[in-house]
Design a protein around this ligand. Structure first.
Ligand code: CP
Ligand code: NVA
Length: 307
């Protein structure tokens, strides 16, 4: 049985398998064919942080797969009142077929998975957002940006930056990350990526200068400067991230046909200008829709592996 906690737990072939399945399911839905690959199965979704896309894509995805999804806010469950993770995991996993969790600490989701009888999916932690990256890669394929792409991630060295590190280092493409000083990616995660890159041939470049990182890239992406849980740092971060906004000037340094991705929610006038976000190169809503297709791919793949 496999969990989906970080892309580092997957081989390149497994990542492609999930992407292929997601593409197939998307094509089926678009042609009016709904196959109930998870008929009568249940997905528990535990949220300790807010969500729009993740909740809707998993919930609707499960319905389209013929199953059912339960939304469990930690506030309304006994988890929020201190019931240990290991007990919650053993209880819920005896009742459902799949569990998706959005929480703070990666170690919490790992502990949950250790005690779960069914596959656990990471719906975002402070360290990683792997389900988002599957949708992002699907979008790159659809826009023809999957043949030796060069990707620039400009902004905070957060869960999205770490997830890009995992995807690039597994699949073997070039990733350039530019963050302000003191907002660099986690060095442990970077070392994992550098180690993966030795096998995959990925090129990982870490920068503090966005204009160098973005030069001639095929894909440009960013994320909020203050992630969930960092609300009190918002003002300070706005000052520290000056010069890191993806605007027309910065975007003009990427290739002419580069695409712009953003996991959303986006903060206009901060990490991205209105002009770029709403501009021709932006494919953010295609990317957001792909959450639905990719999430179904992940769930169906994990379910198949479980047998
Ligand atoms: N991108 C993303 O995960 O969005 P939500 O926080 O709305 O789920
Ligand atoms: N880095 C952001 C991503 C939101 C989808 C956060 O963790 O809040």
């Amino acid at each position: 049985m496999k969990h989906f906690l970080t892309l580092n737990d997957f081989t390149k072939d497994e990542i492609y398998e999930i992407i292929e399945l997601s593409k197939k399911i998307k094509e089926e839905v678009k042609s009016g064919k709904i196959i109930h690959r998870m008929k009568d199965k249940s997905l528990a979704m535990i949220f300790e942080k807010s969500s729009t896309r993740t909740r809707v894509s998993f919930e609707v995805g499960m319905t389209q797969l013929g199953g059912h999804a339960l939304f469990l806010s930690s506030k309304d469950t006994q988890l929020g009142r201190g019931e240990p993770i290991k007990d919650t995991a053993r209880v819920i996993s005896r009742m459902v077929d799949l569990i998706m969790i959005r929480t703070y600490k990666q170690s919490d989701i790992e502990e949950f998975a250790k005690y779960s009888k069914v596959p656990v999916i990471n719906g975002l932690t402070d360290d990683f957002h792997p389900v988002q990256l599957m949708a992002d890669y699907l979008t790159m394929i659809e826009f023809g940006k999957n043949k030796n792409p060069v990707v620039a991630y400009i902004g905070d060295g957060n869960n999205m930056a770490h997830s890009w590190l995992m995807l690039a280092s597994k699949l073997g493409f070039e990733l350039r990350i530019a963050t302000p000083k003191n907002y660099e990616v986690n060095s442990k995660i970077l070392n994992i990526a550098l180690d993966n890159a030795k096998t995959s041939g990925a090129k990982i470049i870490i920068e503090n200068d966005p204009s160098i990182a973005i030069k001639n890239t095929d894909v440009v992406t960013t994320d909020t400067w203050a992630s969930m849980g960092q609300e009190s740092e918002k003002k300070q971060r706005e000052m520290d991230f000056k010069g890191f906004q993806i605007n027309k000037n910065l975007m003009s340094l990427a290739k002419k046909d580069a695409i712009f991705l953003h996991c959303l929610p986006a903060y206009r006038g901060q990490e991205v200008s209105e002009e770029v976000l709403e501009g021709k190169q932006s494919v953010i809503f295609e990317e957001a829709e792909n959450r639905l297709h990719a999430q179904k791919g992940i769930m169906a793949w994990l379910d198949q592996k479980r047998g």
